[in-house]
Design a protein around this ligand. Structure first.
Ligand SMILES: C[S@@+](CC[C@H](N)C(=O)[O-])C[C@H]1O[C@@H](n2cnc3c(N)ncnc32)[C@H](O)[C@@H]1O
Length: 323
């Protein structure tokens, strides 16, 4: 498995935890949810009745797979199919199967921060789709985009599914899209899944299931700090809390300290104070409408050339080129 040339992952994790827990209000990045345990919890989330996103995007691919893959390339033009934040690739496999069926020449290059997710994805692809050529890359979105920009190669199609873009705040999302625009050549394409604004209750329920799986997923960042950085967080002293603002379309996840407490992190040789009911902001899940998407594309130097949706417009996949 290739790795992007980044500073040592644990050092970056430690530095970002120190910054986030020293800030006011406190924050931690959702990219640290994902390790072996986090990946499993996310798979359980995708199967929850409340988590409509995965099923909606899966339906779009089932219904439109031939049109989607036909818009990527033609069988005689070889291309690299990159996927940022590939996860378990359940939905992508529908597209990979269709590309194989139509005899497209492509190499699949899944990118993920989680080495575990990539290893499992590679194994499952070897078993289920042995004819797909797979070359995974471990790293963050931004680092891998930087490296992609430095290599001149054949046509690229970049997938960014599951509304992963929504985990970036607006400024970072536009910066991310600018990076995409920067590395796309004239015939390259960017295909992105974006969850749409809908009844606020439906959105809130998707991130606050009564079975507590989302809460366990959110708390996994604390478990990782305990295991990898020598923290002594007591998970029972925090609750998972979700909010959704229908005006901005922003869902936010928090961990809320139930008591006044002090937590020590050995690697940082530092303690952090929490007041009772103080928050750590851990994740943003932005919801979109067409106006937002087209504006973001324009701001980033991209152009929407097609879009695919499910029957209720729960979720949409947009195809972009450089403007
Ligand atoms: C919400 S899951 C979605 C997975 C898949 N795209 C889907 O639609 O089912 C997000 C995935 O992106 C990866 N990820 C999260 N933040 C990342 C980052 N900053 N850089 C690279 N991968 C990231 C996680 O490890 C995880 O596998």
């Amino acid at each position: 498995m290739e790795k992007t040339t980044t500073p040592k992952t644990n050092m970056v994790f430690a530095r970002e935890v120190k910054e986030g827990l020293s800030a006011f209000p406190k924050h931690l990045s959702s990219k640290y949810f994902y390790d072996e345990i986090g990946d499993k919890l996310f798979q359980q989330i995708m199967a929850l009745p409340e988590y409509y996103l995965t099923r909606a995007e899966y339906t779009i691919f089932e219904q439109h797979k031939s049109e989607i893959t036909a818009s990527f390339s033609t069988p005689n033009v070889p291309f690299n199919l990159y996927e940022l934040g590939a996860g378990d690739g359940t939905k992508t496999k529908l597209l990979l199967k269709e590309l194989l069926k139509q005899k497209y020449q492509f190499e699949y290059r899944p990118i993920d921060i989680s080495a575990n997710a990539l290893a499992q994805l590679s194994t499952s692809l070897t078993n289920e789709l042995p004819n797909v050529s797979v070359r995974p890359i471990q790293g963050t979105y931004f680092d891998s985009l930087k490296e992609m920009g430095q290599t001149q190669e054949k046509k690229k199609v970049i997938l960014f599914l599951g509304s992963n873009i929504g985990n970036l705040n607006h400024k970072l999302a536009v910066e991310f899209l600018m990076n995409i625009a920067h590395i796309l050549n004239k015939d390259d394409l960017f295909f992105m899944g974006m969850d749409q604004k809908k009844h606020p209750r439906t959105i809130l329920n998707a991130y606050s299931d009564p079975s507590g799986i989302t809460a366990a997923f959110n708390k996994n960042v604390l478990t990782r700090i305990n295991n990898e950085l020598g923290g002594n967080f007591n998970l029972d002293n925090f609750i998972h809390w979700e909010s959704y603002n229908p005006e901005t379309g922003t869902a936010k996840s928090y961990l809320v300290s139930k008591i006044a407490q002090e937590v020590t992190i050995d690697i940082l040789e530092q303690s952090f104070e929490f007041d009772a009911w103080e928050t750590i902001h851990t994740e943003i899940s932005q919801k979109y409408d067409d106006a937002m998407v087209y504006q973001m594309a324009e701001d980033a130097g991209l152009r929407v050339v097609n879009q695919f949706k499910d029957a209720n417009s729960t979720f949409k996949n947009y195809l972009f080129t450089i403007a």
